[in-house]
Design a protein around this ligand. Structure first.
Ligand code: GDP
Length: 361
């Protein structure tokens, strides 16, 4: 499954956030046979539709989609030079599919900042510079062979040009993710390089409680990393929330003037930047959100439930969530009203589709 690696300088609140994420762990409940690595947190993707559906079809069991976070400890200046921990750190990032960068924006004189002062932009620069330098090394190592392959016509001039464009972007101190968002490079063109800064980035600003509602303060930070996504939360507050039961947690959120916890936001944005979406199934046994890649077709989606479903796919019976709710969760009524669509093998799944697959096995 796809994972999001959590990185950041020391003392910015990574462990606090990660512990909150793992306490929110959904694994034990729904996937009792899976094993979980100590540095992995598997959290539910919040989805308000699931409890509504469960009530309509009279089931207690809800299985949400999940988002997997991996705690990648130990960024230090010089990581890209491959000193000790640095190597391991980079290897762990290479394995992740997206990068969640935790940035300290809270003030606390008791908690030492590694650079002596709280400066989010400077912290981001420190981390991204290490990743950029490591990517530049990857390109420099690859280039001599690429030039040779070009002469031997084993690679296209377009590919080599794209690699050189990536090099220029990195040399200018920019991540590939950032340049790609502006349309200055196409990530697909350089996929074979597996560059770290080509992974999607989310920035999590760990801010004081008092600043959570300070739109001006947040807008400035968000702008500094745009068009990458940013999330604002207070890691300690999030940790406290996970210790409460649902009703108390909701009350604490409301008291703080928040609609959603930071962890829930992080799960949603993380799921999205991984390029994932869900489709739903609803029956007496369970209500479930299944995760698929954006753009997947009906047979591919069926294959997530069971590999045989993909091979023997005949058609999908699809109902939109809204139509299902409007029909009080009655499949018969939905059919009667002509709201059930029969979709074939080329159908591209849409978020919120409630599906039943028909197949031959
Ligand atoms: P890490 O080194 O990035 O994993 O940072 P930790 O999660 O260990 O946090 C470092 C210290 O900062 C700990 O003493 C935390 O309790 C504290 N801390 C974490 N988040 C916050 C926050 O939002 N506000 C304040 N004031 N302290 C925090």
């Amino acid at each position: 499954s796809l994972t999001i690696g959590i990185v950041g300088l020391p003392n910015v609140g990574k462990s606090t956030l990660f512990n909150a994420l793992t306490r929110n762990n959904v694994l034990a409940e729904n996937y009792p046979f899976a094993t979980i690595e100590p540095n992995t947190g598997i959290v539910p993707l919040p989805d308000d539709r699931l409890p509504v559906l469960a009530k309509l079809v009279h089931t207690e069991k809800i299985v949400p989609a999940t988002v997997t976070f991996v705690d990648i400890a130990g960024i230090v200046k010089g990581a890209s030079e491959g000193e000790g921990l640095g190597n391991q750190f980079l290897a762990n990032i290479r394995e992740a599919d997206a990068i969640c960068e935790v940035v300290r924006a809270f003030e606390d004189d008791d908690i030492v900042h590694v650079n002596g002062r709280v400066d989010p932009a400077d912290d981001i620069d420190t981390i991204n510079t290490e990743l950029i330098l490591a990517d530049l090394q990857t390109i420099e190592n690859a280039l001599p062979k690429l030039e040779k392959d070009l002469r031997g016509k084993k690679v296209t001039p377009e590919y080599v040009a794209a690699v050189k464009r990536a090099k220029e972007i990195l040399e200018a101190g920019e991540t590939i993710d950032h340049a790609a968002a502006d349309g200055r490079i196409d990530k697909d063109d350089i996929r074979d390089l597996h560059l770290m800064t080509a992974k999607p980035f989310i920035y999590v600003f760990n801010v004081d409680d008092a600043e959570l509602g300070n739109e001006g303060f947040k807008a400035k930070l968000a702008e500094s990393v745009a068009p990458a996504k940013s999330i604002f939360l207070n890691a300690q507050f999030e940790a406290e929330l996970t210790e409460l039961d649902e009703a108390d947690a909701r009350e604490m959120l409301e008291d703080a003037g928040l609609k959603e916890s930071g962890l829930d936001q992080l799960a949603r944005v993380g799921f999205d930047i991984l390029g994932l979406q869900t489709f739903l199934t609803a029956g007496e046994k369970e209500v479930r959100a299944w995760q698929i890649h954006k753009g997947w077709t009906a047979p591919q989606a069926a294959g997530v439930i069971h590999t045989d479903f993909e091979k023997g796919f005949i058609k999908a019976e699809v109902i939109s969530y809204d139509d299902f709710v409007a029909a009080d969760g009655s499949y018969a009524k939905v059919k009667e009203e002509g709201k059930m669509r029969l979709e074939g093998k080329d159908y591209v799944m849409r978020d919120g589709d409630i599906v039943e697959f028909k197949f031959n096995i």
